[in-house]
Design a binder for this molecule. Structure first.
Ligand code: V47
Length: 369
């Protein structure tokens, strides 16, 4: 990328700062989102990506499970939740039914189970602890990345515990880390409109802080491409950066592209591929203290995820297998990819696949095919 190109994109000053490892400001975050030259922005983000990870691109062999879609929250963007038990499409699995899904996959070298549920008002807390214990009994080696901070807050309020007690008790039952769902956009203006009846941004962040203090790692997400402004995106990213300065406990940031089908925001268009690449690139540049930027192929589509590996992303998530949230909201991606599919996608993008576990330990370096 020539200096002239960066200059005409208005990014020369930022390029110098990033090269000098100087921290970008709020205004510079805004400037990055407004830069019209997507390739210049991508080039800058890719330079950072390669400085940290070279061509290495991570994925894991994971399984998404969901035990219930009954949910007391009424998030406008959600196509997955059913408000009350008995509503058409509402389901709550027994613990044995969830465990059976893992037993069916006894032959798979899975390293992670990722569980996100609705906020069910009637289940006892023991349902969740027994679920974790049951999963660990079947596969003690599997990492359990379960329950968003929104669910942790809900459990605390419903069962009369503190957020910390909930985390400690779930950890004793086998919980290893928290996934990043439920962050949406932290700005109260947006949260009030799209998800007013779940925990606010401050509590979401506080729960991650507590989890880090207890020695757990976590991820964070941002739902983009709906009613949020550029300033609200930058604010969201800088809140994440500030927490990471404090704790160092975040592993990955995952931008989630809004999907408009079958939900109350269906009149809005889905974000474009250009916007997706821009969000990933800006995240790589602003989140100078977060190691991994994940292009979740279910959310951004397989093709865009592949391009994203040149726009700041170094991780594709994993095999997934039982995804429902995005497919109910109109995602046309497959519901699962094999590890071979993911390896080919990465190699075909000119990158180097690395199978990792949830904590980014290398599990396998696939041979080039
Ligand atoms: O919390 C719900 C989002 C999240 C829609 O931590 C929607 O490694 C777009 O958090 N359009 C769940 N997004 C998924 C998630 C996740 C995914 C992959 C990896 C990790 C990780 C976390 O999906 C929800 C919500 O923010 N979501 N509905 C929708 N219509």
């Amino acid at each position: 990328m020539t200096i002239a190109r960066l200059k005409s994109a208005g990014l020369a000053g930022i390029a110098d700062k990033v090269e000098a490892r100087a921290r970008l400001t709020f205004d510079e975050g805004r400037q990055l989102f407004q830069a019209p030259d997507l390739l210049a922005l991508g080039w800058l983000a890719n330079r950072e990506r390669e400085r940290r990870h070279g061509a290495r691109t991570y994925f894991n062999h994971n399984l998404r499970l969901e035990a219930t879609n009954v949910c007391t929250a009424s998030c406008l963007f959600c196509s997955f939740a059913r408000l009350t038990p008995g509503d058409e499409g509402a389901h709550t699995s027994t613990i044995d039914q969830v465990l059976a899904k893992l037993r069916e996959r006894a032959h798979q070298p899975l390293t992670e189970i990722h569980i996100v549920n609705g906020l069910h008002p009637d289940l006892p807390f023991s349902y969740y602890t027994e679920l974790l214990r049951g999963l660990k009994r079947i596969r003690p080696d599997i990492h359990l990345k379960c329950f968003t901070a929104v669910e942790i807050a809900f459990f605390a309020d419903l069962y009369g515990k503190t957020d910390e007690q909930v985390l400690v008790e779930l950890r004793e039952a086998g919980l290893d880390s928290l996934p990043g769902g439920g962050a949406e956009i932290f700005a109260p203006r947006v949260r009030q409109k799209i998800c007013h009846d779940k925990c606010d941004g401050d509590r979401y962040i506080a729960i991650h802080r507590t989890a880090h203090r207890l020695g757990m790692r976590t991820n964070m997400t941002m739902l983009y491409g709906h009613i949020e402004t550029i300033d609200e995106r930058v604010d969201h990213l800088l809140r994440i950066r500030a927490l990471q300065d404090e704790t160092g406990g975040l592993q990955a940031f995952i931008p989630l592209a809004f999907h408009p089908d079958n939900n109350q925001m269906r009149k809005l268009p889905a974000p474009s591929a250009a916007d997706t690449l821009r969000v990933l690139a800006v995240a790589r540049l602003l989140l100078d203290n977060v190691d991994h930027i994940k292009a979740y192929w279910i959310s951004c589509g397989v093709e865009v995820a592949q391009a994203a590996l040149w726009f700041g992303a170094d991780d594709l998530d994993g095999t997934v297998q039982e995804e429902t949230i995005y497919h109910m909201a109109g995602s046309s991606t497959p519901t699962a990819l094999s590890t071979g599919d993911i390896e080919r996608l990465i190699l075909d993008a000119g990158r180097e696949p690395i199978e990792r576990d949830t904590l980014y330990n290398v599990v396998r370096v696939p041979a080039a095919v």
